[in-house]
Design a protein. Structure first.
Length: 430
């Protein structure tokens, strides 16, 4: 589980910024929304982020998503970019490194990961774990004399000189240690526990324009348990859908696509021969059974997914991702979760996630401020965060619980609308 992320000089965040899933002493919804990963350390399963357009909400999600992608992105040569984007609204920050500190728990063991990099080179990459209150280094990595130098703590992890030499050779200056480690056949015990958690612990970020329905169809085709879960969900959500059927269909490859493939010299001869023999491709098609009640009684009709509303398609995709996060205790990021969803359905989706007690975590952004009325009724005060853009373009991140006198407020939504928490558009009269 994520405990906290501290980062500097990334996208719209120029200054040192801290986001935390650590719970306050408040015991509201303690049973399902808080996980005590080790005595005295309580982590939240849900966080909700508000802010005006272009205030930095999405960029916080992007910081986490950048790490999850960078860890395993293999670079082909040293000239490729690290893909990190520093704060660009300043003459100095593009020349400086971007810094990340990531603290998390695997089981009851705490880890601390550090990454410093610019657009071309990883300057520093360290991993620690905590046997006691003091961190123990597992590996360190620095850029020196034009190359990356990796050191492994031999007292914590046994490794031969040959393996260490190969790790150093594979680790190009513009990629992560973990991408290099994946190319070396060896066992690194504690480091591999982190690598495996990094690999399976994060689901792809969901953005407002992410096409989610195809993902849902593929998952339902191969997982009958998920299919039943989704049927129960849509019945409770008051759709008139009473059945889902996902099947594979063979379709002819269009002539212009087939010609382009056959003319492509990078495609193997055997692949081209297969296309000539069987000029078809497999496509997943999902149909929905709708049950209606009319003057003739109860009738059932089959409609394809193309005739479902955008809201229906999106909520099925989101709920499929949430099912996966719950099932595998993963971390899921959703940007503008309210997109195409009715407010009641939005609350139902969040409530379904929070009703399950496990170690999955959900971080979402939203513009839908009436959801603030659900604080203390659906989720906790320390689950709410805000971003605000300052005059110099820097994004500032802060938590609802930093404000005093919250218990005296009659409505969090009205207080937010009235500017008490900031993080609202500054509309000017011109």
């Amino acid at each position: 589980m994520i405990q906290e992320l501290i980062f500097t000089n990334f996208l719209s965040f120029r200054d040192k910024t801290k986001f935390s899933f650590e719970a306050t002493k408040d015991e509201t919804f303690e049973e399902n929304q808080v996980v005590e990963v080790t005595p005295g350390v309580r982590l939240l399963r849900f966080s909700l982020l508000y802010g005006a357009n272009a205030s930095g909400k999405s960029n916080l999600l992007s910081a986490i998503n950048f790490l999850s992608e960078f860890w395993f992105e293999r670079k082909e040569d040293m000239d490729q970019s690290t893909d990190v984007i520093p704060f660009l609204l300043d003459t100095e920050t593009p020349k400086k490194v971007s810094e990340f500190e990531f603290k998390f728990y695997i089981g009851s063991v705490k880890y601390w990961y550090i990454l410093h990099l610019d657009r071309n080179i990883v300057k520093k990459e360290n991993l620690y774990y905590y046997k006691t209150v003091q961190p123990t280094m597992l590996f360190s990595r620095e850029f020196k004399d034009g190359q990356s130098i990796i050191k492994i703590n031999q007292s914590a992890i046994k490794i031969s000189n040959a393996v260490l030499e190969e790790l150093n050779m594979r680790c190009l200056p513009n990629m992560s240690f973990f991408a290099a480690r994946n190319q070396v056949n060896c066992s690194l015990s504690l480091i591999d526990e982190v690598r495996d958690w990094f690999k399976i612990g994060f689901l792809p970020i969901i953005q407002p324009r992410t096409h989610m329905f195809e993902y849902a169809g593929k998952k339902m085709y191969s997982d009958n348990e998920l299919k039943q879960y989704m049927l129960n969900f849509i019945r409770k959500a008051d759709f008139n859908i009473t059945g889902i059927n996902t099947k594979k269909e063979s379709k002819p490859i269009p002539d212009f696509v087939r010609s382009a493939i056959l003319e492509n010299n990078e495609i193997s001869k055997s692949a081209k021969e297969k296309i000539l023999e069987e000029p078809v491709y497999e496509s997943l098609e999902t149909d929905f059974e709708h049950t209606v009640k009319n003057t003739r009684g109860i009738e059932k009709y089959i409609l394809p997914n193309t005739l479902q509303s955008e809201g229906t398609r999106r909520v099925l995709g989101i709920e499929t991702a949430i099912y996966e996060a719950l099932k595998n205790e993963q971390i899921l990021l959703i940007d503008e979760i309210e997109s195409s969803l009715h407010p009641d359905l939005l609350e139902f989706v969040i409530e379904k996630f929070l009703s399950k007690k496990n170690r999955s975590q959900l971080l979402v952004t939203s513009h839908y401020d009436p959801l603030l009325n659900a604080v203390d009724n659906l989720f906790r005060k320390d689950s709410v965060w805000f971003t605000e853009k300052e005059e110099d373009g820097n994004s500032k991140l802060y938590s609802l619980v930093e404000f005093k006198g919250l218990n005296k407020l009659s409505s969090y939504q009205k207080s937010y609308r009235n500017g008490l928490f900031g993080a609202v558009p500054k509309i000017k009269n011109i």
